[in-house]
Every structure is written in structure tokens, then in C-alpha cells.
Write a new protein. Structure first.
Length: 298
């Protein structure tokens, strides 16, 4: 299968467009009314329910900081991948954030092969170019770009990194009501080549729907949600040869529980691979277990 090589002119246009958006002093905002402080709106936006697996939607207030720790385990037939991902999120403005993540592979196993160690770190920039508020809802659309650094090891078996820098481009949209919320995000991970080896580009398509179950004294939110997270990956090229046993499409369905206060946010979910079409001879994915712990400063 042919691979798409990132087009330098196209990427230049994308970054120019992004920084043109950012150069505007305020994101496009329509404010009809401030939402009633009930349900999801009893806490600030940074503490309101959001995605567990889907990327983006990490817009917080200016000079606000959040610390995260996300352990997970992706399981399959005779394989699993346990990750621990610490992260720091900072609000540069009310509409622009930077998010640093340094994943660590605690235990990767495929057949009889085991590996661990640092994975590819990444820096995410997210800009909310559209916001809208009403009495009973809020809307937000964002543009997301990430630079993935080759801090992992592509030569390990299983690999803990791609061996070369990568670029991610995507967008998100979410709508929040007092007792319901929904979101979608779509993006592409563009790989580069090192030593005639290139991991396949990834295309993400993600959807989520959630329900606020109750709040406690307007200080805690408890919510339940379900995510559909799809990923299509092109085949890898290893030492100039296309690996027929790589790439394909997989979709996870993941229900999760959200609990948050003014400072703390906890989320836990268990997912199942509900659809997969893997190329060649690959062991199938089965389940994932993941959680996220966040603490807000400022």
C-alpha cells in the first residue's frame, strides 16, 4: 500500500492558518447568556466532564495549570501494553493551551517478547477558535496540533516509539448541556522516515455521549459516558520493505465514570474492541482498561 509523504507546502499553509487564528485577540465568541449553574455547570469548564481516550478538548483558563496521570492497559490475544502517562497542561490564554505528555511503557508484551521504557513524548497545542454560550448550553470548537518527539525506541520488540518525529493535526467540537454532553474529534498523525523505516500514518475518528448523573452540594459532579474511538493505520515500512502484517482499522467502545470537584478530576473506563480489520497476520485486540487522575492548580 502506498504511503502519503507529508507535503511541506501543505504543512506550511496549515501552520500559517493556525497562527492567523491565534493572532486574533479573541476567539470567535457568541455569548447569549451565561449558563444556569446546574448539572454540568456547577463547576468551572476545566472540571466539567470530557473525553477519556479521545484527543483534545484541553482548553482551560489563562495561567491555570493541571497535572495529570493516566495509566492504561490495552489487551489482546497473547499481548498487552501497559502505559503510564504523566502530563502538564497550561492555559496560555483563555482560548489557547499547551499540553506536555511523557508516556512510559511499563510493560509491553507480544507473544514471548517483552519490552519497557520511555515512549515518544509529545507537545500538544490547542486553540479554541469558536465558543458559544446560552442559558442551557455551551459550544466549543478547537484546532489541535502536536509534535511527537522520538524519545522511545523503535528497535525494541515490541517497539516503544516510532524512531522519527511525527506531526499530528486535528479538530474537535463539543456541546454541553446541564445534564447531557456530546463531542467529536477527528485527526491525522503524519509519520516521517528514519533509516528507511516509517510507521504508518494514523487517522482518528472519535465520538462521545455522556449524562450527568448528579451533583453533590454543587461541589462534585458525577457523570457517565460512552466513547467510540476509531483508528485506521496504514502499513509500516521497515528497512525499506512494507510490513504486510501491520496496519488496519479498529474501533473501541468505552463506557467510563467521571467524578470531579473544584480541584480534582477522576475518570475510569473499560473498553472493548467492537470492530477490527487488521491487515495480514496480526493478533486481535480485545479490551482496554484506562483511567485518568487530574489536579487543578490556580
Amino acid at each position: 500500500m502506498a504511503y502519503i509523504k507529508p507535503n511541506k507546502a501543505f504543512l506550511t499553509e496549515v501552520f500559517t492558518l493556525f497562527f492567523c487564528f491565534f493572532s486574533v485577540s479573541n476567539a470567535a465568541t457568541t455569548k447569549l447568556y451565561d449558563p444556569f449553574q446546574i448539572g454540568n455547570f456547577v463547576l468551572p469548564a476545566s472540571q466539567q466532564p470530557g473525553p477519556l481516550i479521545a484527543f483534545g478538548q484541553n482548553i482551560i483558563d489563562k495561567n491555570q495549570m493541571q497535572l495529570f496521570l493516566e495509566p492504561d492497559d490495552y489487551m489482546g490475544i497473547q499481548k498487552h501494553a501497559v502505559d503510564v502517562v504523566p502530563g502538564i497542561l497550561y492555559g496560555i490564554t483563555d482560548n489557547f493551551s499547551i499540553f506536555l505528555n511523557i508516556p512510559y511503557a511499563a510493560n509491553y508484551q507480544e507473544g514471548r517478547q517483552h519490552s519497557d521504557g520511555l515512549e515518544d513524548a509529545f507537545v500538544q497545542l490547542e486553540y479554541a477558535f469558536y465558543n458559544k454560550k446560552g442559558k442551557n448550553f455551551t459550544d466549543q470548537a478547537t484546532f489541535v496540533t502536536s509534535v511527537i518527539l522520538p524519545t522511545g525506541d523503535a528497535m525494541k520488540d515490541p517497539p516503544t516509539g516510532a524512531g522519527a518525529p511525527s506531526l499530528f493535526l486535528g479538530g474537535t467540537f463539543n456541546r454541553t448541556y446541564p445534564y447531557w454532553f456530546a463531542y467529536t474529534s477527528h485527526g491525522v498523525l503524519l509519520r516521517t522516515t528514519h533509516n528507511n523505516t516509517r510507521f504508518g500514518n494514523n487517522f482518528l475518528y472519535q465520538f462521545g455521549l455522556g449524562r450527568n448523573l448528579f451533583d453533590i452540594d454543587s461541589r462534585w459532579i458525577v457523570a457517565l459516558q460512552a466513547e467510540l474511538d476509531g483508528q485506521y493505520a496504514k502499513r509500516n515500512v521497515i528497512s525499506g520493505i512494507t510490513d504486510p502484517n501491520s496496519g488496519g482499522n479498529i474501533v473501541y467502545l468505552t463506557p467510563s465514570l467521571w467524578i470531579s470537584s473544584n480541584k480534582l478530576a477522576i475518570q475510569f473506563g473499560v473498553g472493548k474492541a467492537v470492530s477490527q480489520n487488521l491487515y495480514g497476520n496480526q493478533t486481535r485486540e480485545t479490551y482496554l482498561v484506562t483511567s485518568n487522575f487530574g489536579w487543578t492548580l490556580g
